[in-house]
Design a protein around this ligand. Structure first.
Ligand code: AMP
Ligand code: ZN
Length: 279
């Protein structure tokens, strides 16, 4: 049911992205700090949230829904429009499937609320709020995973990392995700152009390139998030992810010949510090 509720025609926001995020989330849940403290209910919620966090994504962003007066923008009053929709859609699927029907109404409702709070945390426009709180907790060293609120907060951060971890995967995979998201951005731009709407940021294929988008995305969103995550979870996995992210950003900044179709020489493996390229 989850798979069918994703739009297979979306270049990026389809069931494969949901599977990718769920796989990443599963890996983070295995990290020692989390593995030792999470309850089975936390694990269920974390994986469900990852699988459902973009359900029924229309392949256009919130800005587009607002400027085209889409009914979802009206319904959710222009605020976390897509995330609210993904959450409500997930709740409908869970009720329809009877997945939680063995629980009392109160327990089911509390799980549905927690699911919402996890999915709403994936609203990228609110990343700074979460990051500031995360950084403050790490500075004060006051996250205690025997406390259910702190565990929930860490699940939110883990899901946020899983959602935007594609630049932390090895180059041959990361590059594919980058092309898919850019294709989705540019096809939104094409629709906007046809409808005489202002072109949304990053959506104009005549102004932006994949590499330019990736360098900005990694520098302003991925790097800051994963450097805090690595402070919280200082593990081999975090080091590998940061190493991939660093070399991927380098590759976008100094494209290897195969990506450019131009004469630019590949310098990535020659000039990066040893061991930073990963697999
Ligand atoms: P979501 O819609 O839940 O997947 O939110 C993640 C946000 O990050 C979306 O706005 C995506 O467009 C954006 N995003 C994810 N991966 C990339 C990428 N490689 N390059 C640029 N933006 C990305
Ligand atoms: Zn997503």
């Amino acid at each position: 049911m989850v798979q069918e509720a994703y739009h297979s025609q979306n270049p990026y926001h389809n069931a494969l992205h949901a599977a990718d995020v769920t796989q990443a989330m599963y890996c983070y849940l295995q990290e020692p700090q989390l593995f030792e403290s999470l309850t089975s209910c936390d694990i269920l919620l974390g994986l469900l949230a990852a699988a459902t966090h973009d359900l029924d994504h229309p392949g256009v962003n919130q800005t587009f829904l607002i400027k085209s007066s889409h009914h979802l923008a009206l319904l959710y009053q222009n605020s976390s429009v897509l995330e609210n929709h993904h959450w409500k859609f997930a709740v409908s699927l869970m009720r329809e499937s009877g997945l939680l029907s063995h629980l009392s109404n109160a327990d089911r409702q509390s799980l549905e609320e927690r699911l919402g709070s996890l999915i709403l945390a994936t609203d990228i426009s609110r990343q700074n709020e979460y990051l500031i709180e995360f950084r403050a907790h790490l500075d004060r060293a006051d996250l205690h995973l025997n406390n259910s609120q702190d565990r929930h907060f860490i699940l939110q951060m883990a899901l946020k990392c899983a959602d935007i971890c594609n630049p932390c995967r090895p180059w041959h995979l990361s590059k594919l995700w980058s092309h898919k998201i850019t294709e989705e951005f540019f096809s939104q731009g094409d629709i906007e152009r046809r409808r005489n709407l202002d072109l949304s940021i990053l959506c104009d294929r005549n102004t932006y390139s994949v590499g330019k988008i990736q360098i900005g995305f990694i520098s302003f969103l991925v790097e800051p998030l994963f450097s805090e995550w690595a402070r919280f979870s200082d593990t081999p996995l975090s080091h590998i992810m940061i190493s991939h992210m660093t070399s991927n950003k380098f590759n976008w900044s100094y494209p290897p010949q195969e990506n450019m179709g131009e004469t630019t020489q590949s310098t990535s493996s020659k000039t990066l510090p040893q061991g930073s390229l990963g697999s």
